[in-house]
Design a protein around this ligand. Structure first.
Ligand code: SF4
Length: 259
């Protein structure tokens, strides 16, 4: 590791189930502070529209293992085939092109729903996951909404969302971070790759372990900004294949230079 950067105090205990509290004791980390400062100097923090919690959940399920373009194409197909027609139906907040009638989506046959989201890939997993969430909400809440997340604490909301089919900690954290603006830090493929390269976590650390580590080292007020900057950084410089290390503002300290 280059001079001047203290390692992140990672959570390393083997076999330990990662904690998912969004407000654990945060240990000041010069390493993450330096990265935040350097990336802030290089990139603007992208804006992200806030969606209703259920919209964000479905959008995040659609985004799993695919590009933003194909996620958005699947969303537009849902919006075209199952448009919300009545006032108040569909999204409770800002929405991508739509809004979508979740009641109509719930009435779709499994084959119809799978066809609608096919462009996002893994349609045989994503369509049942979406249908199961809508069906469960209708049965348990009486309405197809996730607005009751507002009443839950961060840890409770993560635990609740991860009981839904196909929803892991990353997807749950996206809903909290983007829809509710809670102080969590979703670990997607870019965040995980960068955290490993910067040795914030061990080289084979899981996403859940990385999530727990970052909650301990990034203050709550900086988590949204850190997430957004790492995504921009991962898409533009710290690429999965052939990272552009020669242009990287973190190059002097990066232990993975030349990967
Ligand atoms: S030096 Fe290369 S591997 Fe390291 S953070 Fe920068 S782009 Fe990524």
């Amino acid at each position: 590791m280059g001079a001047g950067v203290a390692p992140v105090p990672a959570v390393r205990s083997k076999g330990e189930k990662p904690h998912v509290s969004s407000c654990p004791q945060t240990t000041r980390s010069p390493a993450t502070e330096l990265v935040l400062r350097r990336l802030s100097e290089r990139f603007p923090v992208p804006d992200k529209p806030r969606l209703a919690p259920l919209d964000e959940l479905v959008l995040t399920i659609l985004s799993q293992s695919t590009t933003d373009e194909n996620r958005d194409r699947a969303w537009r197909t849902l919006a075209a085939r199952y448009p919300a027609e009545e006032a108040g139906e569909g999204a409770g907040g800002a929405s991508p092109p739509g809004p979508i009638s979740w009641e109509a989506v719930l009435r779709a046959t499994p084959a119809e729903l799978e066809d609608a989201v096919r462009v996002a890939g893994l349609a045989n997993q994503k369509a049942p996951a979406i249908h199961a969430a809508l069906e469960r909400l209708r049965a348990e809440v009486g309405r197809i909404t996730l607005d009751h997340l507002e009443e839950m604490g961060d840890e409770e909301a993560i635990a609740y969302l991860t009981t839904f089919r196909g929803v892991g900690v990353k997807t749950a954290a996206c809903v909290l971070c983007f829809s509710l603006r809670r102080p969590v830090l979703p670990v997607d493929t870019h965040v995980l790759r960068i955290a490993r390269r910067l040795a914030w976590v061990p080289p084979r650390a899981s996403a859940d372990l990385t999530y727990a580590t970052l909650l301990r080292t990034v203050p709550p007020s900086e988590r949204f900004r850190m997430h957004m900057l790492l995504i921009t950084f991962g898409r533009s410089l710290c690429l999965a294949r052939a990272p552009r290390c020669g242009e990287c503002p973190l190059e002097p300290e990066c232990p993975a230079i030349g990967v």
